[in-house]
Design a protein around this ligand. Structure first.
Ligand code: LLP
Length: 437
């Protein structure tokens, strides 16, 4: 299309610049910001669908028994969950809320796995009631689940999460398979856990679960994980357990820095993982379903966060004060995460200076992007923060009593809100009047 480009900053195909303005799908981001107000999360449904297809097709090219479980924590909006349900995905759910929303979205209970290292008795009861399998994190938890199922006069299918004791190249806060991590049971001890589960009256072990961490840009750790998984699976099979699924946990990372980071493709992931997996299940003499729980790779790059410039201040550096802070995007503060920034109104203008994008929160650390070369920025401009589809809105808060913003979905020529913005009145809706005030 003439007047269209996505060459600047290696933009993915759903992000383009037309007549100088950043577009998502066919939608002008500045027009969306004007129409719906800012801050505003905007997600492209078509991008989610193509990310899903790439991941799914790469795996099913090797094996026909693959079930995708979208990691609902990445973005739990019902509209998003419905897209994944429509694609045939289930979900990795980590709370009663995620479980409830996944079912409302139309996902099948048999395609859900209730994960987590600290579930309440009510959580366990909900899983049994809804016929959802549970990934257990300890023998203690297994005994409690057994008791819940016994009291309800039924049995429950489950897996244990194995801790593969692996160092992985990512931020330490999101490396979940370290030997020292709070998650899972070490490979050397897990057979005893399965033995105990086999003996328990109301528990049926049917799976094995693992997760090594998030935002990993190398396929080798996943291949190593697959090797642990199939090795442990063989031992469990030898115990007499009929393993119906092996779950690799979360998926590949994405390139947040579009100039310097390169992410492996889902095909490269499959090429590294699947031969190890196929060889391992053959040696174990089993044909379980392969479950994967990608979140970020499916939805991370589908979304931009649009935020308005309130003021520009030049002191020892140029600060751009915008209307979104770590209340809406916690990743930069929490993990020193990098997100690309575009001045949506003049996306192709030449850089004019170095700017630091700062939020409205009363903390010095409320910085969304440090020292970026950008075109001249001034009051009223719309700044787009890229790759905010995963762990963006889902980690938002009302800190500083700031209502959370709206989320919009675009899909081809269509656009619609998928969450209204909270209002200041909403802030007090859950607060109670004390009898003595
Ligand atoms: N499965 C389990 C059991 C998980 O704990 C996670 C993520 C996933 C799947 C999905 O992983 P993914 O495919 O998205 O990498 N808030 C952090 C990320 C935390 C990830 C926690 N677990 C961030 O913003 O980077």
């Amino acid at each position: 299309m003439s007047g269209t480009t996505n060459v600047c900053m290696n933009l993915p195909p759903h992000l383009t610049v037309r007549e100088g303005r950043l577009h998502i799908g066919s939608h002008d981001t500045v027009a969306l910001a004007n129409k719906y107000g800012t801050p505003l999360y905007v997600t492209d449904e078509q991008r989610i669908r193509s990310n899903f297809a790439a991941y799914h097709d790469a795996l099913t090219g090797y094996y026909d028994r693959v079930q995708m479980l979208y990691a609902a924590k990445a973005n739990g909006n019902l509209a998003v969950l419905k897209v994944f349900a429509d694609l045939g995905a289930g979900a990795d759910v980590f709370s009663a809320g995620e479980l409830y929303l996944a079912l409302v979205a139309g996902m099948k209970p048999e395609h859900l796995l209730f994960n987590g290292s600290s579930k309440t008795p009510d959580d366990l009861k909900l899983a049994v009631q809804k016929n959802v399998r549970v990934s257990l994190d300890s023998v203690d938890e297994m005994m409690q689940l057994n008791e819940v199922a016994r009291a309800m006069g039924t049995t429950v299918e489950c897996s244990f999460r194995v801790n593969p004791a692996m160092e992985v190249p990512t931020h330490p806060k999101i490396a979940t398979g370290l030997a020292t991590s709070k998650f899972g049971i070490h490979a050397g001890e897990i057979i005893d856990a399965y033995r105990a589960a086999v003996e328990a009256t109301n528990i049926v072990p049917v799976g094995l679960h693992c997760h090594i961490g998030s935002q990993i840009l190398d396929v080798a750790p996943f291949a190593e994980e697959a090797a642990v998984l199939v090795k442990v699976a063989k031992q469990i099979t030898d115990l007499g357990v009929n393993l119906r699924f092996l779950d690799m946990g979360g998926g590949l990372g994405i390139p947040y820095n579009h100039m310097t980071e390169v992410a492996p493709t889902p095909q490269e992931y499959a090429d590294a993982v699947m031969p190890v997996f196929m060889d391992g299940i053959e040696k174990a003499g089993i044909r379980p379903e392969l479950w994967v729980e990608p979140g970020r790779n499916l939805i991370g790059d589908s979304t931009v966060l649009l935020t308005r410039v309130n003021s520009v201040k030049r002191t020892h550096k140029a600060f751009v004060n915008v209307d979104a802070g770590f209340n809406l995007l916690a990743r930069p503060v929490m993990y020193d995460a990098y997100h690309e920034v575009i001045v949506a109104d003049r996306a192709e203008a030449a850089p004019a200076g170095t700017y630091t994008i700062t939020g409205p929160i009363c903390e010095t650390g409320d910085i969304l992007a440090h020292d970026r070369m950008l075109p001249e920025v001034s009051f009223g401009d719309t700044i787009a923060i890229l790759d905010t589809g995963a762990y963006g809105f889902s980690m938002s808060s009302q800190y500083n009593s700031r209502p959370r913003c709206a989320e919009i979905m675009v899909n081809g020529g269509m656009e619609a809100p998928m969450r209204r913005a909270e209002t200041i009145i909403d802030l007090k809706m859950t607060m109670e009047q004390l009898p003595w005030q």
